[in-house]
Write a protein that binds this ligand. Structure first.
Ligand SMILES: C[S@@+](CC[C@H](N)C(=O)[O-])C[C@H]1O[C@@H](n2cnc3c(N)ncnc32)[C@H](O)[C@@H]1O
Length: 257
């Protein structure tokens, strides 16, 4: 898709991720090397939350795969993954890590809002801080529904709505203990005040309505708690905050048969 056909936020976010890519090589390498899948900035082990279904034999698509460690974890559990990302520099890292680990699966440069793959070709669509926060949910969630077979699952992790309600549009300000962003009118498209990037976050009611209108039934909403003693390299939220409130959440939805 030519640049002039891409929405502004996609072009802005690709520029942002082209700049950020170098900083994600080492964390990507660590995650590729991890034996067990984990979730989010606190690394909550999959064995504690049991979010993933048995993926053996499933066709999976990771929307906004970045360095593609989530797809690597799925491949090691017997899935046939495909990774989609809009940023060539991120896909270069993913390809380098594939070579390092001798694990190959298709990586496609495309926007998760318009994926150049046929309808009903996957059993699981997944996003960990990829399309889940960088794409317009009113575009990427119907697109995920199109890509899934009936009965297929959509699993995505992003910042919790609560954490966004407790933060300003200046991403240098940490998540606080007061509501500072209006729920009504303050969610949806969130442009950071430095102009670097654009994120999206819906209220839970809007998300449930969007999922249902796109053909999904909601199966679960897992609000992640930082494990005791956990740390993160991200400065925007403290472990104390994330021990008391969920700063991340994982939605699990199933496409109607
Ligand atoms: C934090 S990374 C998440 C991926 C992975 N979990 C990781 O940490 O490497 C965010 C990724 O979303 C990608 N992204 C942003 N907008 C996108 C879009 N419209 N379509 C596909 N990928 C997109 C970025 O290029 C970036 O690689």
């Amino acid at each position: 898709m030519a640049d002039h056909e891409l929405p502004d936020h996609v072009v802005t976010n690709r520029t942002f991720w082209t700049t950020e890519a170098a900083a994600y090589v080492a964390p990507g390498r660590r995650s590729w090397a991890a034996a067990e899948p984990s979730w989010g900035i606190w690394g909550v082990p999959e064995s504690e939350v049991r979010i993933l279904p048995d993926v053996a034999g499933l066709d999976t698509i990771e929307l906004g795969c970045g360095t593609a460690y989530v797809s690597a974890w799925l491949a090691r559990r017997g899935a046939r993954p495909v990774g989609i990302d809009i940023t060539p520099a991120q896909l270069e890292t993913a390809r380098a890590l594939q070579r390092e680990h001798g694990l190959s699966f298709p990586l496609i440069e495309a926007s998760a809002e318009a994926v150049p793959l046929p309808d009903a070709s996957f059993d699981l669509a997944i996003s960990e801080y990829g399309a889940a926060i960088w794409c317009d949910p009113y575009r990427w969630i119907p697109e995920a529904a199109r890509l899934l077979r009936p009965g297929g699952r959509l699993i995505f992790l992003g910042n919790s709505t609560l954490s966004l309600l407790c933060s300003t549009n200046n991403d240098e300000d940490p998540v606080g203990e007061q509501l500072v962003r209006p729920h009504f009118g303050g969610l949806g498209r969130i442009a950071w005040s430095d102009g670097s990037s654009v994120e999206f976050c819906l209220g839970h009611g809007d998300m449930i309505r969007l999922l249902r209108a796109s053909g999904f039934e909601v199966e679960n909403l897992v609000e992640l708690q930082a494990p005791e003693g956990a740390s993160t390299r991200y400065p925007y939220v403290t472990p104390e905050w994330a021990r008391r409130w969920p700063c991340e959440e994982v939605w699990v939805a199933r496409k109607r048969g």
